[in-house]
Design a protein around this ligand. Structure first.
Ligand code: ADP
Ligand code: MG
Length: 396
């Protein structure tokens, strides 16, 4: 019940704007009432048991002592025991009384403790699905070539998310994934750092299956900007430097400038020491995204994974960051998921992912000539979104 109560509070405080915007305050209050009521009932029951244990023990002890005095006194009167032995015995009973009372009190507390322990152990007993093989060796990194070989994947047994994906990310090349949402782009990207294991086929980095190498050595080579930005409740500096203990302020400022973070941070009274709040509530979506890009830049890893990394930015900041990102991607193997085609027109290979399959693949010009899914996406996006720069300008 305590866990239910905390998750209710966390959810409603996090989602307070949604609650207000959809006018669900009354319902939230009712739900809160019932959660609190449930917890109150259980807490009250526990307290009642705990409190009643005192009087019960007290009463029993009273009868016991009366009995002992009666029995002992009659023995003394009849001359079967000496008064000394009798008083020694009474004293011993008095001394034992307090500890017995404590034991009685212990019981309800132990029950609460055991319930909590049970929950904790259930969590601790969850087996990691993705683990190092016993004989896993560190990844021997050469050039950073990544290859998907007939990869099949599903989050749950009876569904198919990726079907027979074969994909080659040449060392130092820029590969893009485009396609309708829900198609499986993020899933493809998340398989590279082994957040999940494939169900069929294999993923190789420089010829080694990622399941044969140690997870730490693999992830060390990968910088990721994920679709859902996550910031820790800490300073901006700590969020940028996350994962690196050895960075100087100069390095942080340098990446912050590239990721268009420096400008807005300098304007804050506390600068890089500003606390971002839980989940970064004190920053705008675009600012959070830029911090997460700075974090990835600072990691300086040879494989770069960008999942709609600039989707929350206005066209102006996006253009600035695109320059920095292009610079960053030079010489690194990059897999980029694009929300706006204008950002990936000059990728080495563009893959169109639809319903878990790669349906088209090739450079922009070639795909456009095919007049297939990609050409449709392209024409559609450029006809409805007039704010997007025509691709010739982007490429120059
Ligand atoms: N953690 C998850 N658990 C279960 N299903 C998921 C999870 N993440 C994504 N999916 C499902 O996998 C499919 C592909 O999702 P995703 O890779 O996020 O698509 P895209 O990035 O192309 O929008 C969707 O049908 C989605 O519902
Ligand atoms: Mg996605």
């Amino acid at each position: 019940q305590t866990a239910d109560f905390s998750s209710f509070l966390e959810e409603n405080f996090q989602g307070i704007r949604v609650v207000k915007a959809y006018d669900r305050e009354t319902q939230a209050v009712q739900q809160g009432d019932s959660v609190i009521e449930d917890r109150f009932k259980i807490q009250f029951k526990a307290l009642r048991i705990e409190a009643s244990s005192g009087p019960i023990v007290e009463t029993l002890a009273g009868f016991l002592i009366a009995g002992v005095i009666f029995y002992g006194a009659s023995n003394v009167i009849e001359g079967e025991t000496t008064p000394g032995t009798f008083f020694a015995f009474i004293t011993a009973i008095m001394l034992a009384y307090q500890p017995i009372k404590s034991v009685a009190k212990l019981f309800p507390r132990m029950q609460t403790g055991l319930a909590a322990a049970q929950r904790i152990f259930t969590l601790m007993d969850i087996k990691h699905k993705v683990v190092d093989k016993p004989d896993a060796a560190p990844l021997e990194f050469h050039r950073g070539e990544v290859e998907f070989k007939n990869v099949n994947f599903a989050y749950h047994p009876d569904e198919v998310v990726l079907k027979d994906i074969s994909l080659r990310l040449g060392a130092g090349k820029r590969i893009a994934l485009v396609g309708p949402s829900g198609g499986g782009k993020s899933t493809i990207l998340n398989l590279i750092p082994r957040f999940y294991d494939v169900n069929g086929g294999d993923i190789l980095v420089d010829g080694q299956s990622i399941r044969d190498v140690t997870i730490a050595s693999l992830r060390q080579k990968i910088a990721l900007v994920s679709q859902d930005v996550f910031l820790f409740d800490d300073t901006i500096r700590a969020n940028i430097a996350y994962g690196r203990d050895d960075v100087s302020d100069d390095e942080i400022i340098e990446v912050a400038k590239s990721a268009a973070v420096h400008d807005f941070v300098s304007a804050l009274p506390k600068g890089y020491d500003t606390l971002v709040g839980s989940h970064g509530v004190r920053l705008s979506g675009g600012q959070k995204q830029r911090i997460s890009i700075a974090r990835a830049m600072l990691k300086d890893a040879p494989i770069l994974l960008l999942d709609e990394a600039t989707s929350a930015l206005d066209t102006e900041s996006e253009r600035k960051i695109q320059v920095a990102l292009k610079h960053l991607m030079k010489g690194r193997t990059s897999l980029v998921i694009a929300h706006r085609l204008s950002t990936i027109l000059d990728a080495d290979v563009i893959n169109v992912v639809v319903a878990g399959e790669i349906v088209e693949s090739g450079p922009h010009d070639q795909l456009l000539k095919k007049e297939g899914v990609y050409a449709d996406l392209y024409n559609h996006q450029f006809s409805i979104d007039s704010s997007v720069t025509p691709f010739r300008e982007v490429r120059s």
